[in-house]
Structure formats: structure tokens, C-alpha cells
Design a protein around this ligand. Structure first.
Ligand code: AHG
Ligand code: MN
Ligand code: MN
Ligand code: MN
Length: 335
């Protein structure tokens, strides 16, 4: 049940019964993410004024230079979830290993783990272009009351109970799913409240936007090269429009609203592409499918890939169904 001008807080309570597992715990968890998102949004908005732009000086496990906002957002989300004693474990793009929460406390009954890309689109921070946060929530598979293990994090994406993203754009939006469709909420910064602004979001069946870092074209597999040429051909409703922000969250958000396809293929330089299965591809794939879209590595459904390590990367294609089907045909033929 949803109605315009409903606050996110109201929406979470009123839709609790649609959760696969009904307990207040998942609601409290999403409420904590909502709170951390507001704090990070506030900081992102004044990035040019306070000493928060630029490199932090460290390199993360991904081999990327950490930006100050990467570190800030990572700390804020982890702190918020830890302080509220609401999850039993967290894994983050910015942490080498997963974090165990309250392993000493035998009464710890928390059932959920969170996987997070705290700041998506780091390269856009210094130039005042939209960035985001991506989160993914699973029920633990190991016994309640024991410390979490790697098995709790290496679950197939089809086991997610909730996933979402925050886009810090011209306005800040929180978009999420608990497996019963996708809803988007816009932050009114004056009063710090998210309101339901985009109920039941869906990818149009077809679209005319393609999003890919075409600078890497020469390194792409033949099938992807052929599809890009197809996008540029003058026929039917083509050529398509090329739009690439360089923040997965923002590119996805636009394509979901307008209709389009996002591509981060493998290349001769990056044999598994760049995007992380657990922090980026799985949550976005869950949202895409819940919004009538499709997500695959070109052949296999993203949500059916069995992860083997925390920071694993996979080729990622996602968007409107008709465009995805055509792309997959090209990949099958071109290899
Ligand atoms: P992050 O900032 O979390 O490391 O993610 C960056 C990702 C993703 O947001 C974006 O779509 C992609 O990297 C851009 O990569 P290229 O600069 O190689 O196109
Ligand atoms: Mn990064
Ligand atoms: Mn990212
Ligand atoms: Mn990131």
C-alpha cells in the first residue's frame, strides 16, 4: 500500500507485512540506512566547502585510491549499523574483510548481514557530479548467536531480502526493494524527511539510451562491440542516445526512469570487468528485476551467480528487457 506524500518511515511500517520474513528487525535496519544516508547526504552537499574532497591517502583492497568521502561514508554507515546493534555482520567495498558484530554476545539474536558500496562514483566527487550508496541485505545462513562467517556473505543474489541505493543528485533519493516492487523516496533537506515521490518504479520495456565507457571499446569482446555499433545504426528507433555519468547508481537511476541499458563488460585489460558482484551488481540486479528490468553478465543471470570471494568482480549488463535480450543475442553470436 502506498500513497503520495507518505514518509519513508510511515511506508516502512505500513508495508512491513510484505516482507518475506516479518519482524521489526528488517524495518529497523532500513531505518538505520535511512539515517546514515541523511548524514552522508548532508556532507556530500557541502563537499566543496569543507575539507572533504580529494584523496584520503590510502589504497583500498580493490587497488583504488580511497577518496575522503569514500572513507567518511564507509565510517558513517558502519557506525550507524554498529551503534544500533542491528546486524550481525557487515561487508564493505572499503574494508579488506567482513566485520563481525557482537560476536562475544551470546544473546545476539541479529539475523541480518549488510553488504555495502558506501560511496559509488568516487571519481565524480571532486567535480560536483552525482554519487551514490548501494546496499544489499541477506539473512545469515549460520546459526543465530554465533559469529558470522564468510558463508553468510557469499550467498547468491537471489537470496537477498532487500536492496537499495541512495543517489546524491540534484536531490537526494533513496530507492529500495524488499522483493515487492521498487519505490523511490526524495529527501526534503529542509526538514530531513524522505517522502514517497516515485511509487512502483519500472524500467520501460524498451529504451533508447545506452551507457558504457566507450573509451575502452577497443578492449571489449566482439559481441559487445557489435551491439554498440547496432546502437549507433540509423534504423527503427536508432541511433540511440549515449549517456554515461561514471556513477553506476546515477546511470542506473536514469535508465530505469527513461528506459536504457548499462554495460560494464569484461575487457582485455580487466578480464572480469570492474564492478563488484556483492556490493554493486547483486543489489542493482535485484532492483532491476523487481522493476521489470533484466541483469546478466551477458550469459548468466547475475542473481544466480555463486560468489566465491568477497570482492569478486563480474561483467555487468542491466536495463530494459528488450534491449537486454538484443544485447545477449549479440554476445552469444559474437563471443
Ligand atoms: P566506486 O566509486 O564505488 O569504486 O565505483 C565506481 C564504478 C561505478 O560507479 C562506475 O559505473 C564505474 O566504476 C566507472 O568506471 P570507469 O571509470 O572505468 O568507467
Ligand atoms: Mn571504489
Ligand atoms: Mn561503486
Ligand atoms: Mn564505492
Amino acid at each position: 500500500m502506498s500513497r503520495k506524500n507518505q514518509t519513508l518511515g510511515e511506508f516502512i511500517i505500513e508495508n512491513q507485512s510484505s516482507f518475506k520474513y516479518t519482524s521489526g528487525e528488517l524495518s529497523r535496519l532500513i531505518n538505520s540506512i535511512r539515517l546514515a544516508a541523511k548524514v552522508v547526504s548532508h556532507e556530500v552537499n557541502k563537499a566543496g566547502l569543507v575539507d572533504i574532497i580529494g584523496a584520503a591517502g590510502d589504497v583500498n583492497i580493490q587497488g583504488e585510491d580511497q577518496q575522503k568521502l569514500d572513507v567518511y561514508a564507509n565510517d558513517k554507515f558502519i557506525q550507524t549499523l554498529k551503534n544500533r546493534n542491528i546486524v550481525c555482520g557487515i561487508a564493505s567495498e572499503e574494508e579488506d574483510d567482513f566485520i563481525t558484530i557482537n560476536s562475544q554476545d551470546e544473546n545476539n539474536q541479529n539475523k541480518y548481514v549488510v553488504l555495502i558500496d558506501p560511496l559509488d562514483g568516487s571519481s565524480n566527487i571532486d567535480v560536483n557530479v552525482s554519487v551514490g550508496t548501494i546496499f544489499s541485505i541477506y539473512r545469515r545462513v549460520t546459526p543465530i548467536g554465533t559469529p558470522v562467517t564468510i558463508d553468510d556473505f557469499l550467498q547468491e543474489g537471489n537470496q537477498q531480502v532487500a536492496a537499495g541505493y541512495v543517489v546524491y543528485g540534484t536531490s537526494t533519493m533513496l530507492v529500495y526493494t524488499t522483493g515487492a516492487g521498487v519505490n523511490g523516496f526524495t529527501l526534503n533537506p529542509a526538514i530531513g524527511t524522505f517522502y514517497l515521490s516515485h511509487p512502483t518504479m519500472e524500467f520501460p520495456e524498451n529504451g533508447n539510451i545506452y551507457s558504457v565507457n566507450e573509451g575502452n571499446y577497443i578492449h571489449f569482446p566482439q559481441g559487445v562491440k557489435d551491439y554498440i555499433k547496432y546502437c549507433q545504426m540509423e534504423e527503427d528507433n536508432r541511433p540511440y542516445t549515449a549517456r554515461y555519468i561514471g556513477s553506476l547508481v546515477s546511470d542506473f537511476h536514469r535508465n530505469m526512469i527513461k528506459g536504457g541499458i548499462y554495460m560494464y563488460p569484461k575487457s582485455s585489460k580487466a578480464t572480469n570487468g570492474k564492478l563488484r558482484l556483492l556490493y554493486e551488481c547483486n543489489p542493482m540486479a535485484f532492483i532491476a528485476e523487481q522493476a521489470n528490468g533484466k541483469a546478466s553478465d551477458g550469459v548468466t543471470r547475475i542473481l544466480d551467480i555463486k560468489p566465491t570471494e568477497l570482492h569478486e568482480r563480474v561483467p555487468f549488463f542491466c536495463g530494459s528487457k528488450t534491449m537486454m535480450n538484443t544485447l545477449e543475442d549479440f554476445i552469444q553470436k559474437g563471443k
